[in-house]
Design a protein around this ligand. Structure first.
Ligand code: PAF
Length: 291
């Protein structure tokens, strides 16, 4: 295992530098995997990197807090930027060949507001997209650029952002990117809370309460596995009990896992996913379980 990051490319020459390195790897017939992140790395990200290293000879990790996926009033400016710590974690893990940390100017030379946007209709406008208009377009727009810069064989994405996973998979299929998407299961803290950079916004009391979101999803999962088919009832019970303990839920929904369509009562159990987004203090938590 390499106990370091082979190279770190940031700033004005970074896109050129990445292309040069990727070209050398291609000449040597080496495969490449990309793990895109916004930094503030935790075990969930490191598990994606581990999986990436099992799929390709070379691993690129990107760290870029992408302005176009944050709405007005969201946490773009306060989003945790912890590059030095991130580099230490990646170095200790020793699996990343290239860390790519472009600036906003590198990625959006014309300015974030006036750059070319990628839209993935339908899927992008519901669930998280309903309360975060433009969010998935921002995600698709930046990942499209990262795919063009790094030309990976494999793209690693976490299943915690399940809607993001489907949006990006659809973009990749529709725009014919020659890349395979590999998804990694959600990593959880010992009490069940899904790992997330935003968990650090939770105050002590809220942190104790936070796993309740997962508990509610598991209860729906259990009911579905026993044959329950009144999805609306299950959803509204979960919403009610989340509100009662102090969450501000945005949604709890049973959806078809393949395309997030609302299922009819005849959907088979393993075709379903239960998704939720809820605020607890300043933290917007998302989670999902397959049913
Ligand atoms: O999941 C994330 O961290 C981001 O949405 C991504 C995929 C890195 C794009 O900015």
């Amino acid at each position: 295992m390499r106990e370091e990051i082979r190279s770190v490319l940031s700033g004005a020459e970074s896109i050129f530098g990445v292309r040069e390195r990727v070209g050398q790897w291609r000449d040597a017939k080496e495969t490449i995997a990309l793990v895109p992140t916004m930094g503030n790395l935790h075990e969930g990200h490191l598990s994606l990197i581990r999986l990436a290293s099992q799929h390709a000879r070379r691993v690129i990790c990107s760290i870029f807090v992408n302005p176009t996926q944050f709405g007005g009033g969201e946490d773009y400016t306060s989003y945790p930027r912890t590059l030095q710590e991130d580099k230490k974690k990646l170095g200790a893990q020793g699996l990343v060949d290239l860390l790519f940390c472009p600036s906003e100017r590198d990625i959006y030379p014309l300015g974030a507001e006036t750059s070319v946007e990628i839209k993935v209709p339908g899927l992008s406008s519901e669930l998280c997209g309903a309360t975060r208009p433009g969010h998935f377009s921002g995600v698709a727009s930046v990942v499209c650029r990262f795919l063009n810069i790094t030309t990976p064989d494999t793209l690693l994405l976490g299943e915690k952002d399940y809607q993001q996973l489907l949006v990006l998979t659809r973009m990749i299929e529709d725009l014919k990117f020659p890349v395979t998407v590999v998804s990694a299961p959600i990593l959880r803290e010992s009490d069940g809370l899904a790992m997330s950079s935003r968990n650090r916004y939770l105050e002590v009391r809220q942190r104790k309460l936070a796993p309740r979101l997962h508990v509610e999803l598991e209860q729906i999962q259990k009911a579905l596995r026993k044959g329950a088919s009144d999805y609306h009832l299950l959803e509204s019970e979960a919403l009610r009990s989340l509100k009662k303990v102090g969450f501000r839920p945005e949604y709890v929904e049973v959806r078809r896992a393949s395309d997030l369509a609302k299922p009819n009562g005849k959907a088979r159990r393993n075709e379903l996913v239960v998704l939720a987004a809820a605020w607890l203090g300043k933290a917007r938590l998302i989670d999902n379980v397959r049913a």
